[in-house]
Design a protein around this ligand. Sequence first.
Ligand code: ZN
Length: 684
Amino acid sequence: MHSNWSDQQAQALIEHYGNLGVSRDLALRVYSTRLLGQDARLVLHGGGNTSVKTRMTDVLGDEVEVLCVKGSGWDMGKIEPEGLPAVRLENLQKTRKLDHFSDEDMVGYLRANLLDAQSPNPSVETLLHAYLPHRFVDHTHSTAVLSLIDQANGEELAREVYGDLMAIVPYIMPGFLLAKAAVEIYENDVNVKGLILHKHGIFTFGETAQEAYEAMIAMVSLAEARISQADARVFAISSLSENRADLAQVAPIIRGACAIPGDGSSDDPDRFILEFRSNEAILRFVSGADLPDYARRGVVTPDHIIRTKNTPLVLPPAQADRLEDFADAVRCELNNYALKYENYFAEHNARADPPKTMLDTRPRIIIVPGLGFFALGKSANEAAIAADIYENTIGVISDAEKLGRFEPLSEAELFELEYWSLEQAKLAKGNEKPLARQVVVVTGAAGAIGSSCARAFAGHGCEVVLLDRDGDKVRRVASGIGGLALTCDVTDKASVAAAFNDVAATYGGVDIIVSNAGAAWQGRIGEISDEDLRQSFELNFFAHQTIAQAAVKIMQAQKTGGCLLFNISKQAVNPGVNFGAYGLPKAALLFLVRQYALEYGADNIRANGVNADRIRSGLLSDDMIMQRSKARGLSQEEYLQGNLLRREVKAEDVARAFVSLALAPATTGHIVTVDGGNIAAALR
Ligand code: ZN
């Protein structure tokens, strides 16, 4: 590992922030915090923190000594000065004389000593930073250091590698007691460059930002050198049969089985979003003959437990021609995992004071030999964080096994951390949105109605997949809402199949579809060409059927129900002159909704539609609005407001109707009209 320090870049940041009134010390703290945070071998998703001791002016205009320390929730790789809240240093240092300091009291005390009450919570490792005398203190969970110390003889190995360069602190849970113990060990040997926290990570320090950062790089490099001297032992690969199932077949089975059934207050299960990872190193790890042993030993550093649980679920390999057997095995293994987790909780909770409330019993990492691993989260973002952490874990375990035998912390020590109120606080993010944990696929998503639907479902917490023929346009729409854009021709079965495979591979499955893509062919019905009529049926009827079939196949593999939503049209019940070619397939589509409602209700798959009319969109272009209003002797406004409510109906109104149908668990076979009121198009 090499130092990325650049005097030029450091100076540029000092000048940039200097113009904004930020001190040189804090600008340098931002600079080297980013250097550390941008390297996944050192820092991943909140696993690490930094600080600087400096002077600042408080609200009364008095200059005070402060510790600027990483704030909770900030990503070190992208930190800004406000991500390093200033805490009154003297008051922090005074706490060292206490015998007890509960976590809750400590958090309250840190907040009470912030210079700016609006700041985020200072890191849970703040006191350790405060007690050490150095101006700059850096802490990471370096993978190379973890490979070295996650061993039965980890302390011995660390002494062998570091000699008297580093002091070694035995494992203590982060917080007040660790801070006190660590600084006492430092004071016994003040010449060290840093501290190795057994089975946890590494601290380095210095009088300058560069000194602390470069000590980190040098110390991590020593661990890397020790690993590279070890035998390049690789895992013995177990023999896996041919005919392995694809990711798109396996993912919905796992996702569905992991969903936690509704608790009576809601009919919907608590689903998970999946993120799949595979590459050469992952495949070697997940296909190893001893996988059930080394994968189940535990997390590589304690705070990973809140993202990945202590152990992954290891499944049997999945064969393409025996998917039902695989589904049975998944359910059986999940039950075993849940029983083990309940036992672990009961055993350690018996000693907990006050008693804790058990978290859900689902794994967060699921390994399929021969394929890769899945990470589970309440959102795609959460799943990706767990996946990053586990990919990193695979590296640590692989290297630890080269050095000796990977041996992390015991379950008892980890229970304390998994159920530690401060760690739980990192995950609590208030109430979830009503459609959180669900995946919606919207077709025709580049158009006015489709893009409104995509935005509305994203706003209700869904992971959104946007399909459209126009790949560039749909990517632009998706980038605005954080959705997944896929180029797809809904009239082409192969294109639809490929898109749904991508959806299953990306999120694990699908829960809701908004089958929206459509276009109007015009002409007098007695004269219209067969070709036009057939084309209209392809897009306005058969494409909806193709989309629904692809979705239902995944929903049946998940066994957690689903919601099929179709954009029909008032033409389905109220024909317009010269719109027969459009109305006929839409009338068939209305019937299709009822057919799906009838035949899949027992699987809790609901089918509903929206009849919209006169919406400014690709279907009703500005040119058409001009022609039609002219033909009726109306202004464009009068034409668009020509309904009972005398209001223009917007794409957002249609999107709201689709969302309301997705939120109606007892409604199927239903059509909602969104047309401002049109008695001639009323369904009955
Ligand atoms: Zn740490």
